[in-house]
Design a protein around this ligand. Structure first.
Ligand code: SAM
Length: 171
């Protein structure tokens, strides 16, 4: 499968630290290659990189990236998640799997221009909910859960266990 990138629009470091961190971590766990965040936020970069350093894999975070430039320069399909978009079950049949995709999610109200720049405006249900939930459902369906238990060659590996916590330290 091709690479999946996330573009996070409208990030406010004071209010959205936790949600944007979870957008990044959820997208990483579900198979994305990295995230672009429009507002510069060094602490956010640090906390996401700290997870990548310990748990491995190839995941990049860049903050302070203009969404206009990132979307314009992206070579692949742009997928904007919005409750106003077309149904996810219909859209998944037409999004190519052999091209990179950039998934755009908002924090506050997303500028109308984004709806026009996107190749697909896709809803995960027609009710307002959360960018983390929308992204997780979209990624799980798009990748069919492929990344969930893949080996990331991290310093730490969590081994699935029915009752206890099993963590292998590979250092
Ligand atoms: N009031 C904002 C607006 O009108 O755009 C909603 C912001 S919402 C809390 C944050 C983000 O969650 C949205 O930009 C969108 O990416 C995502 N989102 C929320 N509900 C969604 C849904 N039903 N389907 C797809 N994405 C959704």
């Amino acid at each position: 499968m091709s690479d999946i990138w996330i573009m996070r629009i409208g990030h406010r470091p004071d209010r959205d630290k936790r949600v944007t961190t979870h957008v990044a971590l959820s997208s990483r766990a579900l198979g994305a290659r990295g995230i672009y965040v429009d507002t510069k936020d060094s602490k956010l970069e640090e906390s996401v990189r700290s997870v990548v350093n310990r748990f491995g894999g190839d995941y990049t975070i860049k903050t302070g990236i203009s969404w206009k430039v990132a979307i314009k320069d992206f070579k692949g399909k742009k997928v904007h998640l919005t409750m106003y978009g077309q149904r996810i079950d219909e859209a998944l049949n037409v999004i190519p799997k052999d091209e990179d995709i950039m998934i755009i999610v908002g924090a506050k109200k997303v500028p109308l221009e984004v709806y026009q720049c996107a190749d697909y405006n896709i809803s995960v249900g027609n009710q307002p909910h959360s960018e983390i939930a929308a992204l997780a459902i979209f990624l799980d369906r798009y990748t069919k859960g492929k990344a969930l238990y893949e080996n990331r060659n991290g310093t730490l590996t969590v081994v699935p266990n029915e009752r206890w916590k099993t963590v292998v330290n590979n250092s």
